[in-house]
Design a protein around this ligand. Structure first.
Ligand code: SAM
Length: 259
């Protein structure tokens, strides 16, 4: 399976056996699992996943790689030859809930995470290789530089845990950035609950596009100063100082106000 790596598909193939083992150990696949691998590529992770006896589903955009995978796994693996950003995850609804894994192409990782979170499908967990900088943003706490829309949305839907870093030398071709493995475990209960996700997203985009301004200025198109005071928000703080719960309270207030 040695087609040329295609840059447009973000192809950096894992070639370090030690790192591959470490990732498989972190996933700990078993025969009772249904695992969806996104972007299996040349099968660096697929091989060991399939050997675990799990039910395996693959989504791969590169038709040449799909052909090799179909040749290698003619019967026991379901392969979808398509763009994961257009995939309808509700088609996969199964019992037990699906586990999603992948060494993700970095150019689609953020939109993919948002699609997975909002898909309404019940997943057991996600184990992803992402750019280290993106992993740091996902786990970032309020009042730190990486904190923003990705941290708040990820932490609303999931409990994220950074597992370990992976150097560029683990891949062929080597990417220019460091990577890391993250596990995201969907939350069973959400407190507070978001009334309307679109309203929260709009509020977060508005607030963090002016992250150096005060909350009062950065969010003025969404909430008046009186409304912010009513919601107990420190109007002199910066958006990055507000907790996820404070953003959700603000978004829920807007949803109720707009009926
Ligand atoms: N899992 C392999 C590994 O670890 O060596 C390959 C990882 S490579 C970083 C990303 C893989 O995702 C490639 O196989 C690429 O073709 C595939 N890919 C890129 N964009 C995709 C998309 N939109 N939908 C599905 N697969 C995609």
């Amino acid at each position: 399976m040695n087609t040329r790596a295609r840059k447009r598909f973000g192809q950096n193939f894992l070639t370090d056996p030690g790192i591959i083992d470490q990732i498989i150990t972190a996933i700990n696949p078993g025969p009772d699992d249904h695992i969806l691998e996104i972007g299996p590529g040349r099968g660096a992770l697929t091989e060991q996943l399939s050997r675990s006896g799990c039910r395996l589903t693959l989504i791969e955009i590169d038709r040449d790689l799909v052909a090799s995978l179909q040749h290698k796994y003619p019967q026991d693996v379901t392969i979808h030859s398509q763009d994961v950003l257009k995939f309808d995850f509700t088609l996969l609804a199964s019992s037990p809930p699906i586990r999603v894994v992948g060494n993700l192409p970095y150019n689609i990782s953020t939109p993919l995470l948002f699609r997975l979170f909002a898909s309404g499908t019940t997943f057991r967990d996600f184990t992803f290789m992402l750019q280290l900088e993106v992993v740091k943003r996902i786990v970032a706490e309020p009042s730190t530089s990486g904190y923003g829309r990705l941290s708040i949305m990820s932490q609303y839907f999931c409990d994220p845990e950074m597992l370990f870093e992976v150097p560029p030398t683990a891949f062929t071709p080597a990417p220019k950035v460091n990577s890391a493995i993250i596990r995201l475990t969907p939350r069973m209960t959400r407190n507070p609950t978001v009334k309307n996700l679109d309203v929260l997203e709009h509020l977060l985009i508005t607030a963090f596009s002016k992250r150096r301004k005060t909350v009062r200025n950065a969010m003025s198109s969404c909430l008046s100063q009186e409304e912010l005071l009513f919601l107990n928000i420190d109007t002199k703080a910066r958006p990055e100082n507000l907790t996820p719960a404070e953003f959700i309270h603000c978004a829920n207030f807007i949803s109720t106000r707009e009926g």
